[in-house]
Write a protein that binds this ligand. Structure first.
Ligand code: MG
Length: 167
């Protein structure tokens, strides 16, 4: 086994009166993503891609929304737990690519900060983390601004062993 690929998808409804968390950032907007956790569907899609590549089920199995301890939890905390599992398997991320589909807010001013925050959590160079935002061209529920959806693709490799000291 040299490389493993994983694919993740998530969609959350936008609701008035909730804070909007996306890509680990709090983004000023009158609506936020509905969810048991903070609703950060970009991180949720990354988590599902990571778990898929690791052969470990999905986010709902690992962090059930029936559990009170995950109520309103920041998704960055869930991602940290998944990265600890990845470490324990002796694996590391080669690269991640993602797409956010959101009619609003306009996300381009936040992409660089998302990359800085998430590349540190994922332990990859910023050049190995793609975050692309697009609208749904006004089509369907996403186009009407009722939901935000995200896709993530991840490639994992075996962690390289550190070189021993020369004799
Ligand atoms: Mg979700």
């Amino acid at each position: 086994m040299k490389f493993r690929a994983g694919l993740g998808y998530d969609i959350h409804r936008l609701e008035a009166g909730r804070k909007l968390f996306l890509g680990g950032l709090e983004i000023p907007f009158p609506k936020g993503l509905h969810g048991h956790s903070d609703g950060d569907c970009l991180i949720h899609s990354m988590i599902d891609a990571l778990l898929g590549a690791m052969g470990e089920g999905d986010i709902g199995q690992l962090f059930p929304d029936s559990e009170e301890k995950y109520k309103d939890i920041r998704s960055t905390e869930l991602l940290k737990e998944v990265m600890a599992r990845l470490d324990a398997k002796g694996m590391e991320i080669v690269n991640v690519d993602t797409v956010i589909v959101a009619e609003e807010p306009r996300l381009s001013p936040y992409i660089l900060r998302m990359k800085e925050l998430l590349s540190a959590l994922l332990r990859v160079d910023k050049n190995n983390l793609g975050i692309k935002a697009k609208t749904n061209e006004g089509i369907g529920l996403i186009g009407e601004g009722k939901a935000i959806a995200c896709w993530a693709l991840v490639i994992l490799g075996k962690r390289e062993k550190k070189r021993g000291k020369k004799a």
